[in-house]
Design a protein around this ligand. Sequence first.
Ligand code: AMP
Length: 570
Amino acid sequence: MNLFEELGLKEELVKAIADLGFEAPTPIQQKAIPILISGTTDFVGLAQTGTGKTAAFGMPLLQLIDVTQKHPQALIICPTRELCLQICNDLQDYKKYLKSAVAEPVYGGASIVMQIRALKKGVHIVVATPGRLIDMIERKAIDLEKVKYVVLDEADEMLNMGFREDIDFVLKNTIKRESTWMFSATMPPEVRAISKNFMRDPQEVTVGKKNTANVNIDHQYFITPAQSRYETLKRLVDFNPGMYGIIFTRTKADAQEITERLNKEGYDIEALHGDLTQQQRDKVMGRFRQKSIQLLIATDVAARGIDVEGITHVINYELPDDMEVYTHRSGRTARAGKSGICISICHSRESYKIKQLERMTNAQFHKLDIPTGKDVCRKQFFHFMDKLMQADISHGDYETYMPDLLKKFEDVSKEEVLKRVSALEFNHFLKYYQNAEDLNARGDFRDRRPDNNNRDMGGRRERGSFNRDSGYARLFINLGTKDGFYKASFLQFILDESNLSKDALGKIDLREMNAWIEIDKSAAGKMIKAMDGKKHNNRLIRMNEADGGFKRPNDEGGGRKRIPVREKRY
Ligand code: AMP
């Protein structure tokens, strides 16, 4: 009996696992599979991406479904379409010897008609993002009547994205649900509330420490003035010539702008963010996976859960506000036992964040100097020379040309040939870096130079964690860059709507799907009253007081009526 068989998995699944080359179950699989294949126990798994959690719930689902019954029996809900497709791909691998089992993805940004058609053909497992799933339910295109198993994958992220009501709605409307399984990297109160409200005595399993998946990551950070961030990025990319990496930005606008700049300067890079159509995103991902592009620049939402082999570097163009996001980002590298590097470009006032990260990941972060122009040239030079020495000369018909070549170079020394080859390859580099400036932020920097990134929109407080005693309240709003806002236009919008003065505002954290606004406690009520329940572009605005980055809905316990207007997030 092999180790997977011992967990109770049936032969067809064990065979598929063997084909995938999995030798032993990961800790989450060891703990979850025996519980989940019973089909009757509710379950909470605290596990991050990279721990093998997809197989931990995917295999039991495939074992439990009755393939002779052609209706949805299991529902997997996850935050993004990329993750949705990835889960479906994984299920495809696991069901290699269970040909009649059907799993279909349901996600926004692609034709709903095609997805409805696919569901109509008969499906056992539906993998869905919340927005599109609700659309399907409202169109009566999906039958939840006989769904026995519901899996919430990356529950914390779904709640962070404002999908609380959607999840509640689905859980309330799967009346034949026999078990609910929730996977989450963290357990904030909102995730806890779901388990309290919708689960019966869930068995809770935590795998490893938070850094289990990341033990092979070398965390490095570089401190530079904010205005040198782009140059620093370029220099770090140049300093790592074999880099195959993902660069994370906070906003789509940043991702787009940096891509355009780097493209113009000849870098092999493409962007992945929510403004692209699904087709464009698939194309970009395909090219990145095939290594036709060396660098991918992405927003957190777009890159959520992406599993690409061999990523050598993750670069945080800016440190994320949410420390958990750091773990998700860095987890894109050092997968499957390999090692990787996670680089963060910071400014001098972010050292407290690095300390927080060190505590959270239980890992040491290494502060390194941003390489000088000379360092970069040297690195590139020797990288090229290594490549030159490793070039495969066993196949070409070089001998034909050798006599003539040798004659041509009769009077040229080896040294001169090397110099000429280098000149061809490196002149532009040497020129560019000839008088390259020192990009390291120096000790007295913070007192002297303005830092653009810290000029917050309200103009008064610095970035940093929210301080409850600061006299500010923190408001959540379900509008973000996805709704066409950029920082200035968003500020203008909320000021116009609320008729409040800019002085009442602190930091505004505008993200793709939503935003958090710090506001004078005395003005918070007025702001909520002015915004909550109003419409923007035909979409209902929801605003309420937030806590610790998570929306705190006023329907704790599921009392409030569901808002009928759908949020189109994808
Ligand atoms: P996940 O946490 O589901 O995103 O999985 C992370 C990666 O681990 C995926 O590439 C899986 O194919 C791989 N994986 C899952 N289970 C195992 C296992 N038992 N042994 C080796 N690799 C695995």
